[in-house]
Design a binder for this molecule. Sequence first.
Ligand code: KIV
Length: 261
Amino acid sequence: MQSIMISHLEKWKKKGKKFAALTAYDFTFAKLFFNEGIKVLLVGDSLGMTIQGHNSTLPVTIDDIAYHTAAVYRGAPNALIISDLPFMTYSTPKMSFKNAAKLMRIGANVVKLESNPWVIETISMLSERSVPVCGHIGLTPQSVNILSGYKLQGSNEKHANLLLKNAKAIESAGAKLLVLEYVPSKLAKVITDTLNIPVIGIGAGNYTDGQILVMHDILGITDGYIPKFAKNFLSETGNIRSAVRQYISEVESGIYPDSEY
Ligand code: KIV
């Protein structure tokens, strides 16, 4: 089986072929998701909430992400594996090099950083050193204490323009992918159409090139805060493999997310 590369996502964007991605944190789910057709897996710092039971992503360490990246890689070595750099693990370029290298040595193909404007220089330095970077803007959960909760971002013109400007700067700095979280679909369309790199949305409407969801959300097993855009595919289909296939099919055909989500 051929490994999935960033160039595949770039081709899909050019052709207008939408793709579905999921978070994965362990061997069994990574393998199942890949075998059912999910080609892009994210070892997200959402594991702080879904796996570790914290009330935010802030306690997650680089060793936690490394542990779960290794397990996901064993389950789906041919997937495109994106691993998160957690809170305060990329606050200086030196730290970001060391931590990105740690994740890439054990199976990550891409590292994702929540990309406020101060991170642009780091994205550029990592990219120059052959580390593929995925930016992440909109709702950036590591900034939950500044954002005062998990709220829609970019809903007024001034903030929408700032996000668009930041998205362009992320691409110019060399990032290969961008995650756009919880922004109005109109803004997601502008950003997706403006950038050449593939844009993966979550809670950003169905115009983005790809969609990503937290695996616990598609299975309806999330406890506590459930985002408005999360859809439980297991309740419709009755088993995990069919739920994953249904998610893929609805993303590829543009059915999910509809206006309800
Ligand atoms: O950590 C994560 O799972 C994420 C997704 C919500 C995009 O960053």
